[in-house]
Design a protein around this ligand. Sequence first.
Ligand code: ZN
Ligand code: ZN
Length: 470
Amino acid sequence: MAITGATVIDPGTGARRRDVTVLVRGDRIAAIGSARDVRVPAGAQVVDGRGKFVVPGLIDSHVHGSGQEQIDLPLFLANGVTTVRDMNGQPLLYQWRDRVEAGTLSGPRSVVASAIVDGDPSLLAGLGAPYVEVGDPAAARAEVHRQLAAGADFIKVYVRLTPQAYHAIADECRRLGVTFVGHTPDAIPLAEASAAGQRSFEHVYTGWFDTAGAEPEIRRRLAEIRVGGGEYNSWFNQTHPLEVLAARTFDPARARAVFGRLAADRAHQVPTLTQHRVFDLPESVAQHQDRLRYLPAATRDGWQAQLEQVYLAGRTEQAAAEHRELFAARKRWIGAAHRAGVSVLAGTDTGTAFVFPGFSLHDELANLVEAGFSPLRALQAATSVPAQFLNLPDVGTVRRHAIADLAVLDADPLADIRNTRRLHAVVVRGRLIDADRRDHLLRDVEAVAAAGTLPARLAGCACAPVSVAG
Ligand SMILES: [Zn+2]
Ligand SMILES: [Zn+2]
């Protein structure tokens, strides 16, 4: 197949080439050049790219697969998302990964975490999400081996690990050459975690205590937090005032030191502002009502219940104002980290309430621009930067011999990042999803969602407060 007469943007270099033909053979880009230099063979499928912009297929670096392959996978592809990093491993998600790789399942390529490795007791007990508790260093080391044997591509750590267990995981991963990522544990400062080898930090919450003038007080109060197994919302409520304190006492001098450490270690921040926006500004979900038709009633109802019973119930006017303040502060914080040279990945946290496979990644790009990223830097956070981090040198780029994962846009994303939503066509490993096919995909998802015959959802996610009932 070929795309003719288009403008190609390669985010890695920032280069823009006008009026070129992109020739795809099999799953690779065979040639890129002017119409004179690149001959389109007779019988090739041709996309008229005049006035269009070709960028790499997008990468969402923080998702939670729902287990419903007829929902998640087409929604990602229809939105130009051709690679995902799944943050909570379980057997079905390892199967999706392997089937996509083998070409027997249509979906984005995926790189999949271990089950979440938390301390003992874990906040996740009883919530249905896959997790493991490790109490001591020996258990922590053994768990790393067990998770890798089960199919994990990397290890995900969580908030209640003790320093001893955490450093045992870090050491075991270093020994094995395995990446470990995740939340910043309560007991480990961000800079210490970065120095220990943790390579991505999810969300902007416990990670920003390091940059606060009030850090000594925050650390003292963190150490006093007592939560039993499964007391997830209690943990959230106890850390909330510490977040407010961290936001209000942000200290540029401390930030310089911490961000310098992260940049030197090539540690990545994955701010998931999309998920924070839902929790901090719950009224904002109203703007995405039109996406709900792609989800089964059980998912929609679960999200609505969570919104009303957990996010909104009991939120006083003061708490609401604090959350508005926090959301603004999270954007400022990730903007400052970015300006200081810290690597940032675009991730959404699909699977948490009102965060949608595919659609939400475009929101995250806009969030990053609101946080001060140029459109090019935002695009890099969903293409070239995660491709390098995930060790996928042939994706996230538009160049000869690269994998033909492409998004063809109706307007220039570097003029306005919201133009990434204006998808004309998507190419997945050389296979064209044109405008017609894309409409079909979305209509099929809508029909499957409406039929209500889907298998039970995986309880995959616990990155935001959840209802503990049931
Ligand atoms: Zn998380
Ligand atoms: Zn998550």
